[in-house]
Design a protein around this ligand. Structure first.
Ligand code: HEM
Length: 421
């Protein structure tokens, strides 16, 4: 089944033809991937819930509907009721480490099990722990920029946006710095779970990654149990709630999730933010004249170019959304990036405004699954942008928009060449 879908996707002409005929949403269409925002506007203008090509699911594109979808218990992250996703699960059954990840992963659980795991991990991953990282993040950014200073041109993605979150996540978890490159690779393979139909290898990369991550974390966890340190792994081992602690499989799934969730997303946030500022000179000048706007500028970058464009929910009890009756087992895509540009919620939504006041974007999700790493991602982006603009106030970017990575879920430039002076 997966192979057949991959073949169909590889043959993009067929995909284009199908969506042209049906008028439904096809995120795999290369034109849509390059610039998805016009098709999001078309979806918002359609009455009811538009259909999603291929899966027979639905798409929520307006802010009010996406908000309802993320908050209402009739919609769940637990996809057991979705027939296509049980095929997905069966395809994973030859790799126990991967099944362990699916079964213990915050993003795929709901209800009491999710509350328990989230409660325990939140005891370890506290705002205080993130705040303690502030000076460390600034030092990492300074080191990276210092090493780039002699060059006339750099690739912001390769030279800053990728290494920064990789170093920070490794530091946070307590992984030796010599293993960071290896971790980046596992993280890249694991995030393909979000988008198995866009790659050529289906579920093989995330399976490989989970085999390797479980083999890596097991001895490290044993080491930390014997000799705890001031890192997130040790804090997660120690986390206790009403006598309950995290099991070995839960710890491996959570550490792997944090590793993967915190890498590519933050890389894309920094890449998108630099791209937006370089392409909007007057907004960039406003920010450079008043770096006090950094926090609101980062929120605006998150709103306008969300690193996570969409998520989904399974219908777990019959319900209605936008006048459409939905049955158990149906899937609804929450187009976060479209909700962020809904004119019913944000005045002049396509305008990039670094000082936008009311900016309740949905780029970190909402409700029970609200991003656990939001404050860390914000911190990294604010520090990186501030340092870049201070150190290289005259840097310039390419005239054309960059190419974006080939994912329908994660959005960020593959490379962004910047002249430092
Ligand atoms: C700009 C960077 C980031 C973006 C845009 C982002 C976005 C998101 C979104 C949209 C969700 C909710 C998904 C859903 O409801 O289906 C989420 C959940 C999550 N994020 Fe992030 N994230 C970012 C960075 C991070 C970082 C740095 C970490 C960890 C260090 C992290 C860890 C998590 C975890 C563990 C969850 C699952 C929470 C749960 O299900 O209870 N994220 N993220």
């Amino acid at each position: 089944m997966l192979k057949l879908l991959q073949w169909v996707i590889a043959n993009q002409w067929l995909m284009r033809l199908l969506s042209a005929i049906s008028g439904s949403f096809n995120p795999w269409n290369p034109t849509v991937r390059r610039n998805p925002y016009p098709s999001y506007a078309q979806l918002r203008a359609q009455p009811g819930l538009p259909r999603l090509r291929l899966f027979g699911g639905y798409v929520a594109a307006r802010y009010a509907e996406v908000e309802h979808l993320l908050r209402n218990p009739a919609f769940s992250t637990n996809r057991e009721a979705v027939p296509l996703l049980s095929t997905f699960r069966r395809a994973a059954s030859d790799t126990p480490e991967f099944l362990g990840f699916l079964d213990n992963n915050l993003l795929m659980l709901d209800g009491a099990r999710h509350r328990r795991l989230r409660g325990l991990v939140s005891k370890a991953f506290t705002p205080r722990r993130v705040e303690m990282l502030r000076s460390r993040v600034a030092a990492i950014v300074d080191n990276l920029l210092e090493s780039l200073a002699p060059r006339a041109e750099i690739d912001i993605v390769r030279d800053l946006a990728q290494p920064l979150p990789a170093i920070v996540i490794a530091d946070l978890l307590g992984i030796p710095s010599s293993d960071q490159a290896q971790f980046r690779h596992w993280s890249d393979e694991l995030v393909e779970i979000l988008d198995p139909l866009s790659g050529r290898e289906g579920l093989d990369p995330p399976k490989r990654a989970m085999r390797a991550l479980a083999a890596y974390f097991r001895p490290l966890l044993a080491e930390r149990r014997g000799a705890p340190r001031d890192d997130l792994l040790s804090a997660m081992i120690a986390a206790e709630d009403a006598g309950e602690t995290l099991s070995e499989d839960e710890l491996i799934a959570l550490a792997s999730l944090i590793l993967a969730a915190g890498h590519e997303t933050t890389t894309n946030l920094i890449g998108n933010a630099v791209m937006l500022l370089l392409r909007h000179p007057s907004e960039r000048k406003r920010l450079q004249d008043d770096l006090g706007l950094l926090a609101s500028a980062v929120e605006e970058c998150l709103r306008v170019e969300p690193p996570v464009q969409l998520t989904d929910r399974a219908v777990v009890e019959p319900t209605e959304l936008a006048g459409t009756r939905l049955q158990r087992g149906e899937i609804v895509v929450a187009l976060l990036a479209s909700a962020n540009r809904d004119p019913a919620r944000f005045p002049d939504p396509d305008r990039f405004d670094v000082a936008r006041g009311d900016n309740d974007h949905l780029s970190f999700g909402l409700g029970n699954h609200y991003c656990l790493g939001a404050s860390l991602a914000r911190l990294e982006a604010q520090v990186a942008l501030g340092a870049l603009l201070r150190r290289f106030p005259d840097c310039t970017g390419p005239p054309d928009p960059p190419a974006f990575k080939p994912s329908i879920v994660l959005r960020g430039p593959t490379a962004l060449h910047v002249r430092l002076r």
